[in-house]
Design a protein around this ligand. Structure first.
Ligand SMILES: C[S@@+](CC[C@H](N)C(=O)[O-])C[C@H]1O[C@@H](n2cnc3c(N)ncnc32)[C@H](O)[C@@H]1O
Length: 262
């Protein structure tokens, strides 16, 4: 049997690693690093390498790197494009497990944040297991600190307010939402600065970029007051570092109790 651990490594802060993750890191024979195309890939790989050097100290291990296919970001059908990209990536992952691991060995992928949040690794491994039972592979998931937790901790806010649900969504989906329906929403993967559409709606934004890293930037306040500041921070960050990742929470100002007329 080949065992794979999907280890959540946090969203940029190497100290956001659980004790379980550190224990498991020290059992691994081979770490698989997936190199993504595009700017920022080096910084994201550097975080992974520094985690290994600092925490995987108990026994020798090796690293196998593989480049992941580029995704067609202009495709008209978003879901089909993502599925196609994930299928191609799964083929590469399957090949690594088949060719670069001996039976009885332990392998691991260091997953940004937590494997449960906007990440395809769990699906890929399930697909590989289903398509190739003879591979003899099983896997575990080790949770990590997500960018959402890094954001709420940095702003010192709870994720939920009393009696209210939370939406976790993407910039692409937020674009089509009625602002009146957005009471408390975490927004990720927003390349289009969709928060700008909330400048006149009375929403408050809690925004963060490079969360957990030494470059972390935060902004908060009524969207109309801080959206220019966020625009500027996004432009500057991209110019300075070549890449930027940001996440934010949008909240309607009305408290849930007020909405029910209490
Ligand atoms: C593909 S998702 C992966 C999320 C990851 N699995 C997690 O648990 O945080 C990538 C998105 O997460 C958000 N993100 C990840 N790391 C971040 C960070 N350090 N600072 C701000 N946003 C981050 C951004 O919205 C980015 O577009």
């Amino acid at each position: 049997m080949k065992t794979i651990h999907l280890i959540g490594i946090g969203a940029g802060n190497p100290e956001h690693l659980t004790l379980e993750a550190v224990r498991v890191l020290n059992t691994v024979d081979v770490f698989f690093l997936l190199e993504k195309d595009g700017v920022g890939k080096d910084a994201l790989l550097d975080v992974r390498r520094s985690i290994l050097e600092k925490h995987a100290t108990a026994k020798p291990w090796r690293v196998v790197t593989s480049s992941t296919p580029a995704r067609d970001r202009e495709a008209a059908n978003y879901e089909a494009a993502v599925k196609d990209w994930r299928d191609k990536r799964s083929e590469g992952i399957h090949a690594m497990i088949a060719n670069e691991m001996a039976d009885g060995e332990i392998g691991a992928f260091l997953v940004w944040g937590d494997p449960n949040l906007y990440d395809g690794m769990i699906d890929s491994l399930l697909q590989i297991q289903a398509e190739d039972p003879n591979l003899g592979m099983d896997f575990t998931v080790i949770p990590g600190i997500t960018c959402i937790q890094a954001l709420t901790a940095a702003h010192r806010i709870p994720l939920n307010r009393i009696g209210e649900s939370i939406t976790i969504t993407t910039g692409r989906l937020l674009e089509d939402m009625d602002p009146a329906e957005v009471t408390n929403a975490v927004v990720m993967l927003d390349a289009k600065r969709t928060y700008r559409g909330f400048a006149e709606t009375g929403h408050t934004i809690y925004w963060g970029a490079y969360l957990g890293t030494s470059n972390q930037i935060l902004a908060r306040g009524p969207v109309g007051d801080v959206s220019a500041q966020i625009d500027q921070a996004l432009d500057n960050g991209r110019q300075r570092n070549g890449w930027i990742m940001d996440t934010y929470i949008l909240r309607s100002n009305a408290e849930p109790g007020d909405k029910k007329g209490h």
